[in-house]
Design a protein around this ligand. Sequence first.
Ligand code: ZN
Length: 141
Amino acid sequence: MSRRANPMAVKAALTYDVNEAAAALGKTPATIRNWVKDGLPIMSSRKPYLISGAAIREYLRAKYKTAKRPLGPEDLFCPSCRDGRKPLDMAVTISPMTARTSLLKGICSHCGGNCTRMISKSRVADFTRTFTIKEGAGSDA
Ligand SMILES: [Zn+2]
């Protein structure tokens, strides 16, 4: 896996040719051409292709959003780690959020921060088998 390019490495108001975009993002020109084939919009069909920085940012944000890995069955999402983590002692609280969803909260076993996961109420039973449920936050929605 190659490292993610930083969308903020390009300026939204500028246009880039393939080589310039590659240099700005720390990628090879071949990677940029692959992105164009993959749907990164170019500003003209004539060479050299020009790509707007704004289009690059939008493309990368969409790309990385869809690439986000789904959480494993034993994971909550830790915003500090920006990844799925098992809660400390596999202990969570469950708080009702809406008519159909509940929020699991636990302590990240990796960094000690708060980690959370929204679940459908229909799946609470599954999660109570996976996790130790502590007393909830006292919401009675
Ligand atoms: Zn964490």
